[in-house]
Write a protein that binds this ligand. Structure first.
Ligand code: S3P
Length: 175
């Protein structure tokens, strides 16, 4: 049974790599954020606005417990998922966990474009964003580092690099 959970900071490429990996393994791909949005017919930004971050985290945990029961899937978690409640321990019990590790500079480059959809980055200047990424990544790494496997994705920028990362990931987790 294949159940792989990708974790890592926003902008690490969890969704991109997860999709490519699922395709190669011929299993369905789930993105926890998308799953939440479909279940509630609301965007993540709307849920944050309505319930605040604490409310979102509760919903996120509940939805994690639904999806992580599915068999034969690749799951991409939200950047904060492993860092709340006992989510990381739960993920390690349920799945083969991978931390897609990238530096704050690379994450910043990836996130500059899509920051409007990410409530935690909204209304931040570039300087504030890089500071926020550095600080929150440092606070989150103890959780991410509990993943069973760590794959460096600093080079993930073009299509061939995605393929390379998937290759590396498969070698690392031996699948
Ligand atoms: C979050 C990351 C987002 C999403 C929410 C909060 C975080 O997911 O769950 O905006 O706390 O890092 P992505 O990592 O897929 O952007």
């Amino acid at each position: 049974m294949i159940r792989i959970a990708l974790t890592g900071y926003m902008g690490a490429g969890k969704t991109t790599v997860g999709k490519a990996l699922a395709k190669e393994l011929h299993v369905p791909f789930y993105d926890l954020d998308w799953y939440i949005e479909e279940r509630f017919h609301k965007t993540i930004a709307q849920i944050f606005a309505e319930k605040g971050e604490a409310g979102f985290r509760k919903t996120e945990q509940q939805m994690l417990h639904e999806v992580a029961e599915f068999e034969n899937i690749v799951l991409s978690c939200g950047g904060g998922t492993p860092c709340f409640f006992d989510n990381m321990e739960y993920l390690n019990r349920q799945a083969d966990t991978v931390y897609l590790k990238a530096s704050p500079e690379v994450l910043f480059q990836h996130l500059k474009m899509g920051k409007t959809e990410r409530p935690l980055l909204k209304n931040k200047t570039e300087e504030e964003m890089i500071l926020f990424i550095r600080e929150s990544l440092a606070a989150r790494e103890p959780f991410y580092n509990q993943a069973r496997h760590i794959v460096d994705v600093n080079l993930l920028e073009t299509h061939s690099k995605i393929k390379e990362t998937v290759y590396q990931l498969r070698k690392t987790i031996n699948i």
